[in-house]
Design a binder for this molecule. Structure first.
Ligand code: NAD
Length: 502
């Protein structure tokens, strides 16, 4: 929903950050930011135009050379101070995150903590940038590699991790010597702004980190801008594919994370208590609005006898309510009313196509005005049903049945996505077989959310990722740098003919 600036009561218009200063953007359309627990509009995001984008990118481009020339050790010191400020202001950031996103405070703590881990990883940049050398690669000739920054890098992020998703990108980009323009989700710009203020306090020079707000027009201008060198994106597959194709056509380096449909296999020998807990936390944590949520449980053989009733019992026990107050519920609201209604419609489509609704979250009512939906389980889901192939991105767990591990893996490998896949089993042999054959970039063994941590790549496959180098870990450093190989030979003063082979 886009609301013309000035037409409705405006609690707060988010500024943009250009060259170290916060500016209000006037005379543009705006998009509301909600408190999903109450439905109240708490801010407006300006939908910046190409002209606004140009100013921000020019600021980042102007700051580049001085930042690149700053020794990596000094760049790391800014990040160490940033990390301390994030720790000191942890609860304030967490509350801001919960207020605009709706996840519980405990889930917000996880969101911010994961982000801080990215800063911790980036603090090691002097070691991460160490290159290779071979002396005498040929007689009297040495060869070495160095990694240099790309220039202006852009980050475009989704609503579901207001703290972590931007922090997947810019701590490493900045540590490598790039300057950065962040375009946060128009649904959750406030946490990104709060964290940016801490980065300023940490002593980052003006123009090195900038924020522009907006939607499609703003993104198109970023993708086409001649002074943008690289684009990192996290969001839905349709947009990820568009960002990758358009960005690369304009000559940018692009990494684009997309949607997901993650499977979790329950083997008959699984430790059922751990499996139930791991799967319900994975499916319903953050109200299912996670790209690593288990959205489909594939129950193998006799596992269905215990697993399905215990999953249904766990789902119906989940307390749902507003997260902006105490006591905290187990699960909060969805991001917007439209999204809540879309998820409810998908549940209806599943039921109409023959799925059995074991736990139905649609009936849930809360009188706070928020966007609530209860935990839902759809059993007997078949591969051709809408709910089996569309990403639902809500608190809905599909249950499918398989005769054996072989057919469970076949079901999973038919999915076009490939973010995460997990197995619950006591058998090392089954776990090894699963790890070897499943088509997913992140695998969990007795783990519900196999999201890799900062030191390893966030390694989506298939339609869950477009590009060559993932975010996080050494691949992140490779993405934000380009390698230079120098081959050198030195002559003594007055040494004879350089063309001589002797
Ligand atoms: P989204 O694709 O709607 O939006 C993501 C970003 O793209 C936002 O900043 C938005 O303003 C921008 N955008 C939206 N439409 C655009 C368009 N037509 N042109 C240009 N820019 C556009 O995603 P979302 O709803 O914010 O987030 C949820 C999605 O993100 C889910 O599909 C989820 O699986 C995915 N996600 C993936 C990962 C991962 O690592 N694979 C992580 C988190 C979320």
């Amino acid at each position: 929903m886009i609301v013309k600036y000035g037409v409705v009561d405006r609690p707060r218009l988010c500024p943009i950050l250009v060259n170290g200063e916060w500016h209000k953007v006037h005379n543009v359309e705006t998009s509301p930011v909600y408190n999903p627990s109450t439905g109240e509009v708490i801010a407006f995001t300006p939908m910046c135009t190409a002209a606004d984008v140009n100013g921000v990118v020019e600021a980042a481009a102007a700051a580049f050379t001085a930042w690149w020339e700053t020794p990596p050790v000094e760049r790391a010191r800014v990040l160490f101070r940033f990390k301390t400020l994030l720790e000191d202001n942890f609860e304030e950031v967490v509350h801001c995150n919960t207020r605009e996103h709706g996840k519980t405070l405990s889930e917000s703590r996880g969101d911010v903590r994961r982000g801080i881990e990215m800063v911790e990883f980036a603090c090691g940049i002097p070691s991460l940038l160490v290159g290779d050398t071979i002396e005498n690669i040929a007689r009297g000739i040495d060869c070495d590699t160095i990694r240099q920054p790309l220039g202006v890098c852009v980050g475009i992020t989704p609503f579901n991790f207001p703290a972590m998703a931007p922090l997947w990108m810019y701590p490493v980009a900045l540590a490598c010597g790039n300057t950065f323009v962040l375009k946060p989700s128009e649904k959750v710009p406030l946490t990104a702004m709060m964290i940016a203020r801490l980065l300023q306090q940490a002593g980052l020079p003006r123009g090195v980190f900038n924020i522009v707000n907006g939607g499609r027009e703003c993104v198109e201008a970023l993708l086409a801008h001649a002074k943008v060198n690289a684009v990192s994106f996290v969001g839905s597959t349709a947009v990820a594919r568009y960002i990758f194709e358009t960005g690369t056509r304009h000559g940018k380096r692009v990494q684009a994370n997309g949607s997901a449909k993650n499977f979790v296999v329950i083997m008959p020998d699984a430790e059922m208590k751990h499996a139930t807990l791991g799967i319900t936390e994975s499916a319903f944590g953050c109200a299912g609005e996670r790209c690593m949520a288990s959205s489909t449980a594939v129950v193998v053989g006799s596992a269905s006898k215990d697993a399905i009733p215990s999953l249904a019992h766990a789902a119906t026990s989940i307390q749902v309510g507003p997260t902006d107050r105490e006591p905290q519920p187990d699960m909060g609201p969805l991001i917007t009313r439209e999204h809540r209604d879309r998820v409810a419609q998908l549940i209806g489509a599943g039921a109409a196509e023959g799925a059995k609704v074991l736990a139905d979250g649609r009936a849930l009512q809360r009188n706070t005005g928020g966007f609530f939906l209860g935990a839902t389980i759809l059993d007997e889901v078949q591969s051709d049903m809408t709910v089996a192939h569309q990403e639902i991105f809500g608190p809905v767990l599909n249950v499918m049945r398989a005769d054996d591990l072989e057919s469970a893996i076949e079901t999973i490998n038919r999915s076009p996505y490939g973010n995460g896949a997990s197995i619950f089993t006591r058998s090392g042999k089954a776990a090894r077989e699963f790890k070897h054959r499943v088509k997913a970039g992140m695998v969990g063994i007795n783990i519900g959310v196999p999201a890799s941590m900062a030191w390893f790549p966030f390694s989506g496959w298939g339609a869950s990722f477009f590009g060559d180098l993932h975010m996080q870990g050494r691949e992140g450093v490779q993405f934000f740098t380009q390698q230079k190989v120098t081959t050198s030979r030195w002559f003594a003063e007055g040494e004879g003919n350089v063309w001589s082979t002797k």
